[in-house]
Design a protein around this ligand. Structure first.
Ligand code: TXA
Ligand code: MG
Length: 355
């Protein structure tokens, strides 16, 4: 596809964005344009949420199927209230504790929310981000911003402005470059229209923390959701469709078991001449380096936040280096480890990938 134009890129200091830069971004949104911006999780591709034409552009640029609804970013709990109806008591408890932050709440929507945003569903996903850039932008715009992750549908979410440009250059009017994002995985999505509430997507707020406020929360789509999703999905959107280009292989267990298995697998692949990459903890580096073409180290075993921060960038770098198989250790399903596992499983095509 021919590139029509180049995106404007403006640097922003995450802790102290220039008012002038934020005003420029707000102007783009008011005119119905698209702005990519950093959040505490990943970069978002924003449009004025109450403008159907602007929202449609997001789907076009991302090549996102129209059945996949968007998250609406709000600047306050009050703004969220104007987009929702029949809010349950858990909404107040969860927002009081976790907003602003990496928690998205699915609630009944009000008639103000366009069908384009919710893919025609009776619910809307709301999130108040904890990052100065979107917070100031929301304050300046005084209106909600619909924003999915700023990647092409199916590729790993962008954790740096360069990832946004790689996927969407020319399609987005303005990219605010605030450097690498803090968490690296997306927000936790919780469906409050079910009882008990259900974690649809593990993310930046841990299941343990959510349960300490709101009681037990099952994880994963309900059986009904899964059935509907499968029925809606076209054959072209099967697991294989999803990035990275390389095949992802996963290794679970204790550190020493994982290391032993990864080294054996890497050696076998290299013996066949297959370019192999790995994500590794510091303890694994020495043994893995001898048998791999590319290793990305996240930090010490147990530093799962650092694994989360590096994961998507590591997958993208290995694709850029034409690695064919990527070997990845699985963290335990605790804290942010649950979100890292979820993204790894999806990257390996083990579950319906999200976007
Ligand atoms: O951290 C994040 O959540 C990032 C930043 C930019 O805020 N955004 C993000 O958006 O990851 P996106 O579109 O890539 O993922 C949104 C997820 C999708 O899995 C979508 O299906 C789900 O939220 N979702 C949105 N609206 C929903 C609804 N009404 N009911 C159920 N799921 C919904
Ligand atoms: Mg996404």
């Amino acid at each position: 596809v021919a590139k029509l134009k180049e995106s404007v890129v403006l640097k922003v200091t995450p802790t102290a964005p220039l008012r002038r830069t934020i005003q420029e971004a707000a102007t783009v949104l008011r005119r119905g344009g698209l702005v990519a911006f950093p959040t505490e999780t990943v970069y978002g591709l924003g449009a004025a949420a109450l403008e159907p034409a602007a929202v449609r552009k997001i789907f076009e640029v991302k090549q996102r199927p129209e059945w996949d609804p968007l998250i609406v970013h709000v600047g306050s709990v009050a703004m969220a209230g104007t987009l929702a109806r029949n809010l349950p008591a858990s909404f107040e408890a969860l927002t009081a504790r976790f907003w602003p932050g990496p928690l998205t709440l699915v609630v009944e929507r009000s008639e103000r929310v366009p069908d384009e945003v919710t893919a025609g569903r009776p619910t809307v996903a709301l999130r108040m981000p904890r990052h100065k850039v979107p917070m100031m932008l929301l304050e300046e715009l005084k209106a909600p911003i619909a924003a999915p992750s700023a990647n092409r549908f199916g590729s790993p979410s962008p954790t740096r402005a360069g990832h946004v440009l790689k996927d969407l250059d020319g399609g987005v009017d303005l990219v605010l470059d605030g450097g690498p994002t803090l968490l690296g995985v997306e927000s936790t999505v919780v469906d409050l229209t079910q009882s008990p509430p259900r974690i649809l997507r593990p993310g930046g707020v841990s299941r343990e923390d959510l349960e300490s406020v709101s009681g037990p929360m099952p994880v994963g789509p309900s059986v009904e959701d899964e059935r509907v999703q499968r029925a809606m999905k076209s054959p072209g959107l099967t697991a294989k469709h999803y990035s990275p280009q390389a095949t992802v292989e996963l290794f679970g267990g204790e550190l020493h078991e994982i290391l032993e298995q990864m080294v054996a697998r890497a050696a076998a692949l290299q013996a066949r001449g297959t370019p192999v990459g790995a994500i590794a903890s510091r303890e694994m580096m020495y043994s893995l380096q001898a048998h791999t073409d590319y290793v990305s180290c996240f930090g010490k075993w147990g530093e799962w936040l650092r694994y989360a921060q590096r994961l998507f960038a590591a997958l993208r770098i290995m694709d850029a280096n034409e690695v064919v198989v990527i070997l990845c250790p699985l963290p335990p399903a605790e804290g942010i480890g649950l979100a890292v596992r979820d993204r790894l499983l999806r990257a390996a095509g083990k579950e319906t990938p999200h976007t």
